[in-house]
Every structure is written in structure tokens, then in C-alpha cells.
Design a protein around this ligand. Structure first.
Ligand code: EPU
Length: 418
């Protein structure tokens, strides 16, 4: 198995290009299930999760071709199999995204119920309740959700929690339903806006994406589209924090500054200078970092997907920071690994108090999930000495060539076979 080795202490400098967003690409590739003909998707990142979703689509009978790096074509005309098997769902929970489109297009779906994961229980009850309100009959048999409906009916749905993939799942299902669906307390993430644009390009009638009320007028048929995936705001945020934690000076190209407002505000409060430049942002860190309190929230609040990374940064701030995780109940698995590097962090329930220390020390550490891995790499960049990160398959799920991009900025980082 590969591991990542980092020799810390280099100040990052230069330019880095941000890839397409994993969490936009996943639902968008799945949306091809609603169409006939060859869809072309551009700016698709080369990640393990993308390979998994392609495998799943292939399993169901779709044809996927990689045209050029970052360009994927998908034709779902021959999709007859409506099953998402346990073997694929257990490696990637986002496979649940096929549930809505399959029922809408084929009238049935059989999708393995995702279990818990390293960041929490993560139920999918809101996806199920919404489909039931649209007339689907759903049963749980041998660990599989089985859904049936001749034709889904438009409905008014209120989400108790603003769920990202739940909103996406139901938005896709509603595109081919009979009549109008209204989603209230919908998630507002930029990835949802990107999906809505793509669905509308396919002939759907979706309005309000990006606000908490989304309306979808069902249509009878949808057609193939050519579409572009938005840049990955979490990858961009991770590189901005990398500039901060190394007191570096980095131009993050290809990101959308407006998608990063909450992060920019907080990092500016710590003393970083973050300014728009042609095609991206320039991030300048400083050696005296001010502490700051963080609370994760649904977009436009501070993203839970950057919580672990900003925690790594705040471990070397002056003073104490309070980090409150409100989106997932168990997203502090990185804490014990950061402690092995000398961080002073106390966790109580959903809160972590991070008391800044004068420096971190390299250590062998283990990745527990995707964003925890990113946090440990950031800590390794700032630490004295060598950090060995094992279980790097987590990072490959969501960061394209992270070690190459960081080396390009002057980091001493490499991937080695154990
Ligand atoms: N929730 C329920 N019931 C549901 C659905 C969600 O109780 O039916 C709860 C969850 O347990 C959680 C909260 O609602 O406490 C929000 O979860 P959400 O459904 O929004 O999360 P998700 O759709 O499963 C997506 C991203 C995650 C990201 C979260 C929050 C994708 C493929 N995944 O997950 O990304 O953390 O939204 O922004 O879009 C990552 O990329 O590392 C990652 C975990």
C-alpha cells in the first residue's frame, strides 16, 4: 500500500491549478441516467470516487468513455439493470445518488443501504421519505432499499435537515415525475446549482437552485448535454490553508472566490492576506497566526469538509480556538493523529478546543477519512521533521495528485510504496 512522506518546514510558493469538484461531478455523472444519447462532461477530476461511480454506471448498463483527460462521455440509453450492489456502495456512500434517477427512469431501483462511516451514522431517511411522498413504495430487503413506482408524482417536500445528496437525489427524480415538486429547506451548495444547470441543459425545468426553495416541473423526456463541472472549492480551500500553515505565498488558480467566502473571512481574521487575482486567489500566510473560532454549517456557512484542515492550521496559532462541528456527529477522528504530532486539542461532544502550540513535530500518522488525510498532510507541511501518512487511499478519493501539486509549490512530499 502507498504512503505519503512529508519533510516539513518549506514555505510554499508559486501557483496551483484547481481540479473539477468531486461533489459536483458525482451527481452530474449520475444525472446521465435520466437521458438518452451521449452526454459530454468536462473538467471531471481523476479521482477514485469518480472511478467508482463510472463502475456503478457501467454495472447498470451505461457506456462511459474517457475522451481526453477530464472529459468523460456517458450514454445511458441501454440501462436496464437497476441495482447498486453492496460492493460498490460500501466503498462510496454517494452511490445512493442513483436511487432517485433509477426510479424516475425505470420505475424501480435496488440500492444497497449505505452503512455508517468514519464521520458519523449518516442515515438516508430524508431521501427515502421524500421519494415516498412522491409515490414510491420503498422496502428494505436483505440490506437493499427496493423502490418502485410506475411514475413518480410531484410533491411538496420539506427536508428536516438541509441534505446535500438528498436534495440532489430528489431534484433528479423530480425531473421525470408527473407535475411539480417543491423542495423546501433544500441545500444551497454550489454543487447543487451546478447540477441544476446541467439538468436544465438536458431539458429539465428546475428553478431556485442555490436558494432554500427549489421547484422542479416534471418533463416526459430528457436529452444528452455537454456540460462543465465547477472547480472544487474544498480542494481550493485546502491549498489556501496550505499557504497559511507554511506562511507561504500561493496563487490558487481556477477557483471561484465567491464559493469560499466563509473560509476567506475566517483566515483573514487569523491574519492571512487573501486577494482576488486574474482567474483565482492569492493567499499569503504569516508566521504569527491569530486564533479564531469556527462553527461548521451548511453552505454558505463554514464547510464541514474544511474543518479538519483549518484545525491543523489553528494548532500552531497564538491562543485558543473553539471549533464546533454541527453537521456530522463524529468528525474529529483526525484529532488523535494531530495530537501525535504535538497538537494540544481537547474534544467534548461536537466541540474541540485547540490551544496553539509553538510548533508541530513529524510523526507516523494514519488517515481515517478523506478530509482527515488532507489535514494530516497540512500538519506535516508545517511540522519539524518527517511525517509518514499511511492509508492514503482515502486522499485519492478526493484530491487529484495532491503530492504533485504540493511539490510544485516547493513542498518536500512524495508517495512511496510500503
Ligand atoms: N442526514 C440525515 N438524514 C438523511 C440525510 C442526511 O439525518 O437522509 C444528516 C447527516 O447525517 C448529516 C447532515 O444531515 O448530519 C447533512 O448531511 P448531508 O446529507 O448534507 O451529507 P451528504 O449529502 O451525505 C455531502 C458531501 C459530503 C459533505 C456533506 C456536507 C457529497 C457526495 N458528499 O454529503 O462530502 O461533507 O454533503 O456538506 O456531496 C467529502 O467530500 O469529504 C464529504 C464527506
Amino acid at each position: 500500500m502507498d504512503k505519503i512522506v512529508i519533510w516539513g518546514g518549506e514555505r510554499l510558493q508559486g501557483e496551483v491549478q484547481i481540479s473539477g469538484a468531486k461533489n459536483a461531478a458525482l451527481p452530474i455523472l449520475v444525472s446521465s441516467l435520466l437521458t438518452e444519447g451521449w452526454n459530454t462532461f468536462r473538467n471531471v477530476p481523476d479521482l477514485r470516487d469518480i472511478k467508482t461511480i463510472k463502475k456503478l454506471l457501467n454495472h447498470m448498463g451505461a457506456r462511459c468513455k474517457t475522451q481526453a483527460p477530464g472529459t468523460i462521455q456517458i450514454n445511458s440509453e441501454n440501462v436496464r439493470c437497476c441495482e447498486a450492489p453492496y460492493e460498490l456502495v460500501k466503498t462510496m456512500r454517494a452511490s445512493i445518488l442513483v436511487l432517485g434517477p433509477l426510479v424516475a427512469r425505470l420505475g424501480q431501483a435496488r440500492v444497497s443501504l449505505p452503512g455508517g462511516c468514519a464521520i458519523g451514522a449518516r442515515p438516508v431517511n430524508l431521501h427515502i421519505n421524500a421519494l415516498e411522498r412522491m409515490g414510491a413504495e420503498i422496502t428494505l430487503t436483505e440490506g437493499y432499499l427496493e423502490a418502485k413506482s410506475k411514475r413518480l408524482k410531484g410533491a411538496k417536500i420539506y427536508f428536516d435537515i438541509a441534505t446535500v445528496t438528498g436534495t440532489e437525489n430528489i431534484m433528479m427524480a423530480a425531473c421525470l415525475a408527473d407535475g411539480e415538486t417543491i423542495l423546501e429547506n433544500a441545500a444551497k451548495e454550489p454543487e447543487i446549482v451546478n447540477l441544476a444547470q446541467v439538468l436544465n441543459g438536458m431539458g429539465a425545468k428546475v428553478s431556485g437552485a442555490g436558494t432554500d426553495v427549489i421547484r422542479i416541473e416534471g418533463v416526459d423526456k430528457m436529452h444528452a448535454v455537454e456540460a462543465e463541472i465547477i472547480p472544487d472549492r474544498i480542494e481550493a480551500g485546502t491549498f489556501i490553508i496550505a499557504a497559511g500553515i507554511t506562511a507561504g505565498d500561493v496563487i490558487v488558480r481556477g477557483c471561484v472566490p465567491g464559493h469560499l467566502d466563509a473560509l476567506i473571512k475566517k483566515l483573514t481574521d487569523t491574519g492571512m492576506e487573501i486577494t482576488p487575482v486574474e482567474g483565482g486567489l492569492r493567499a499569503i500566510g504569516r508566521s504569527d497566526i491569530r486564533s479564531v473560532d469556527i462553527m461548521t454549517l451548511p453552505y454558505p456557512g463554514f464547510p464541514t469538509d474544511l474543518q479538519a484542515q483549518i484545525m491543523a492550521y489553528l494548532t500552531i496559532a497564538n491562543g485558543s480556538s473553539l471549533i464546533s462541528e454541527t453537521v456530522f456527529e463524529n468528525r474529529f477522528m483526525h484529532v488523535s493523529e494531530l495530537q501525535r504530532m504535538g497538537a494540544d486539542i481537547k474534544v467534548q461532544g461536537g466541540n474541540a478546543v485547540v490551544k496553539g502550540v509553538s510548533g508541530l513535530r513529524g510523526a507516523p500518522v494514519m488517515a481515517t477519512d478523506l478530509r482527515a488525510s488532507a489535514s494530516l498532510i497540512l500538519a506535516g507541511l508545517a511540522a519539524r521533521g518527517k511525517t509518514d501518512l499511511s492509508r492514503v487511499y482515502h486522499i485519492d478519493r478526493g484530491y487529484e495528485q495532491i503530492e504533485k501539486k504540493l511539490s510544485g509549490l516547493g513542498a518536500r512530499i512524495s508517495r512511496v510504496r510500503e
